[in-house]
Write a protein that binds this ligand. Structure first.
Ligand SMILES: Cc1ncc(COP(=O)(O)O)c(C=O)c1O
Length: 384
């Protein structure tokens, strides 16, 4: 690598760059189609409707849902999580969650407390791992929801969502999985794993645009809308339609965003999640081993590669994470992210609430040469 090349290692925030097909799909839609899905019978509206349905189909294939119409689009994972929380819970309900959750889960739950909805946070291990038996112990008769991260955006720890789903099923409590970091990165099957609701974001490893995401809701579970309005269906009625996805999709869709998201998901499907996963595991192994050799750096998260995604938190003996991030950016053109990553409880869990960490996060489009360049740069910084 040359120093003048910029290296992007902040993919857990949002992926950059996107596959070429994503840029082409957005431009192609905006220039050549440009209609509003479900709003008329003219060619552009119909073609837009087809494109949106095709993106839903691709997502359903990726997430293991047999009915694409069970997926409602949203602005991002945060909005999808809010739809699930506010659309399902009522005063007196209780929620069980984990200490590795992002603020997209913790803030709605904190806000829900003032509306008489309580929650219990199950403390995870120092490596971010979840003991499902501890979670099961916190389920009460009034527990109406379990919310679990599929993988932490701080440590990369993969949580055992299929085991949590089994407990949830046995105790008849709906499960919401936050797959913001894992959709496109890890194999997921909502139906095989018995996941009731799954929130995803479009702009991370699905390679779509910011402003896209969605919520899968299993057949038979009714999530009430938190936003009401035009859907292009049942237009003479003042009642919000009862069917998915219109029930949760009021207002004109972000069609150009969905065009890009559809292309991103197709890219993931054509590469194959297993191949994407293998590449990220290899990059993660290379970085962890390299950091170990450097000395003066400490990493967090599970030691077993199969228990983590391509997210590596680092602290240094003689460098603050924000200083390291600033020097990597200004001197070497490497983008990482220091701080709390919108997940203060996760930092408390792993013991980094005072300092934060420098987070290095990969996408499928990163290379081994970029990891080596990061390691060389860190080696120089550590040597001072
Ligand atoms: C684990 C996790 N959940 C939820 C979110 C929220 O995603 P978005 O900002 O796209 O809503 C993020 C974003 O970083 C995340 O890492």
């Amino acid at each position: 690598m040359r120093r003048e090349d910029s290296v992007y290692l902040d993919n857990a925030a949002t992926t950059y760059p996107k596959p070429e097909a994503v840029y082409l799909a957005v431009e192609g839609f905006m220039r050549e189609v440009g209609g509003s899905a479900g709003r008329s019978g003219h060619r552009r509206a119909v073609e837009t409707g087809r494109m949106v349905y095709s993106a839903r189909e691709s997502l359903a294939r990726l997430l293991g849902a047999s009915d694409p119409l069970r997926i409602a689009f949203a602005r991002n994972a945060t909005e999808a999580i809010n739809v699930a929380v506010w659309g399902l819970l009522k005063r007196g309900d209780h929620v069980v969650t984990t200490s590795m959750e992002h603020n997209s889960v913790m803030r709605p739950l904190h806000a829900a407390a003032s509306r008489g909805i309580s929650h219990t946070v199950v403390t995870c291990g120092r490596d971010g791992s979840l003991d499902v038996a501890l979670l099961a112990e916190e389920i009460r008769p009034e527990t109406a929801l379990i919310v679990v991260n599929h993988a932490s955006n701080v440590t990369g720890t993969i949580l055992p969502v299929a085991d949590v789903a089994q407990v949830a099923r046995e105790r008849c409590v709906p499960l919401l999985v936050d797959a913001a970091q894992t959709a496109g990165r890890l194999p997921i099957s909502v139906e095989l794993d018995g996941i009731d609701m799954l929130a995803f974001t479009g702009h991370k490893e699905l390679f779509g645009l910011q402003g896209t995401g969605g919520l899968y809701v299993r057949e038979g579970l009714d999530v009430a809308p938190i936003c009401f309005g035009g859907t292009g269906s049942s237009s003479s009625s003042l009642e919000q339609p009862g069917d998915m996805p219109d029930r949760l999709e009021s207002g004109t869709l972000n069609a150009h965003g969905i065009a890009g998201l559809g292309a991103g998901v197709e890219f993931v499907l054509s590469e194959g999640v297993d191949r994407i996963r293998a590449h990220e595991v290899e990059l993660t192994r290379r970085l962890l081993e390299g950091l170990n050799r450097l000395g003066g750096a400490r990493t967090y998260g599970p030691s077993a590669l199969e228990q983590r995604i391509g997210v590596v938190p680092v602290t240094f003996d003689r460098m603050w994470p924000p200083d390291a991030a600033e020097a990597l950016d200004s001197r070497y053109g490497i983008a990482t992210r220091p701080g709390m990553h919108c997940s203060p409880l996760a930092h408390r869990t792993i013991g980094t609430a005072e300092t934060g960490v420098l987070r290095v996060s990969f996408s499928y489009l990163n290379t081994a040469a970029e990891v080596d360049y990061l390691l060389e740069s860190l080696s120089e910084l550590i040597a001072g």
